[in-house]
Write a protein that binds this ligand. Structure first.
Ligand SMILES: *Cc1c(COP(=O)(O)O)cnc(C)c1O
Length: 354
């Protein structure tokens, strides 16, 4: 049970919902009435607050801006046909958040703050979960260092927050992908498995270069040889060769272990495919393409769920696909969506009741 008394709550005077139409709302642009905010100081978390969404006042020496101790998560809440709010696999995001925190030498956030706070916040803002098909409420938990002093060292103070953004369908048209062989997203021993803010800033130049060449995204390759598949932009990637689905494994720590990735692995197995988590070289991908056994290639992530890949360019070799013939990726998306919108039985306990 959520003890609302554990949180300091300040009520809004008037909901911003009166001024916004939630239909076909763009991703990440509008925010709900409330936000959660809690500070870490003197070795402990203070009382969490839920209060009207508002700007932060910050000192220019704020440590996060200078040295980048900053992590985040991406989660979604949905309404079932009865209008009840549910959050998709939020405990998995909670666990991953604290893995990121430890890697960045930041304090872990206790479950009662992250999970109870999240549920309470969603309850208070439940009107912000759109009920239209393909719409959802995007949840952004994040934490950053807040020492007000210049000097490279782990901060003593941190702020954890959760903000909510209603979002319409994320129409992801099939993508043209550039296999990246020069720039690197993550190396063994690095922070690739953490949702650390710096990973995204570091990827922007290579992504923009690929866009300037006419591609939608890069497919990252391994840092050492540029021979093995890693992930696609901010999505994990799956290749279906024959009746086997292959996705790169997580043991090297260079890939972000997506919650969608994990869900897709479960569903692919249920659909009778063989699943392999292992290293996959571009040479193997090319050979399968030439042999006609490379059936489908797609990315997975919370924002778009499943994004089909219609073209893959590796060196001067171009692999093209007729995505209209694909069966597996569209069925996976349908199954996942049906579970999320409460239209198919949730046999895995993925939907967290608010
Ligand atoms: C967030 C993210 C993913 C996808 O993770 P989900 O939990 O499925 O949203 C994949 N790769 C990177 C680099 C990411 O940041």
């Amino acid at each position: 049970m959520i003890a609302a008394s554990d949180f300091n709550i300040t009520k809004i005077e008037r909901s911003k919902l009166n001024d916004i139409n939630l239909e076909n709302i763009p991703f990440g642009k509008y925010f709900s009435d409330y936000m959660l905010e809690v500070d870490y100081e003197d070795g402990e978390w203070k009382t969490p607050e839920i209060k009207p969404y508002q700007p932060l006042l910050m000192d220019p020496s704020l440590a996060a801006i200078h040295y980048g101790q900053s992590i985040f998560e991406g989660v979604k809440a949905y309404k079932n046909p009865a209008g009840e709010p549910f959050i998709f696999r939020a405990y998995d995001n909670f666990r991953r958040f604290n893995i990121s925190a430890q890697r960045m030498e930041m304090p872990v956030v206790p479950e009662h703050i992250f999970m109870d706070g999240l549920k309470l916040l969603i309850k208070m803002d439940s009107n912000w979960i759109p009920s239209q098909a393909e719409h959802s409420l995007y949840i952004r938990p994040f934490m950053f260092s807040t020492d007000e002093a210049i000097g490279v060292k782990p901060s003593e103070k941190y702020k954890f927050m959760i903000i909510l953004s209603p979002t319409g369908p994320y129409y992801s048209t099939p993508m043209r992908i550039y296999v990246e062989e020069q720039y690197v997203r993550a190396a063994p021993g690095g922070v690739g498995y953490a949702k650390a803010a710096g990973n995204y800033g570091a990827a922007m130049f290579a992504t923009a270069e690929a866009k300037r060449k006419g591609y939608d995204q890069v497919l990252w390759t391994d840092a050492l040889e540029h021979k093995y598949v890693q992930e696609c932009g901010t999505m994990n990637v799956f290749f279906i060769i024959g009746n086997t689905a292959i996705t790169p494994g997580l043991e090297e720590g260079t890939i972000l272990g997506g919650v969608t990735r994990d869900s897709v692995i479960v569903l692919l197995k249920e659909m009778g495919l063989t699943l392999e988590e292992r290293s996959l070289s571009l040479d193997e991908v090319m050979e399968a393409y030439k042999a006609g056994t490379l059936k489908e290639v797609f990315g997975t992530g919370t924002a778009a769920t499943i994004s089909l890949i219609k073209e893959l360019r590796y060196k001067d070799f171009v692999m093209e696909f007729d995505v209209t013939q694909w069966k597996t990726a569209p069925e996976i998306k349908e199954r996942l969506d049906a579970i999320r919108y409460g239209k198919r039985e949730d046999t895995h306990g993925w939907m967290v009741k608010v």
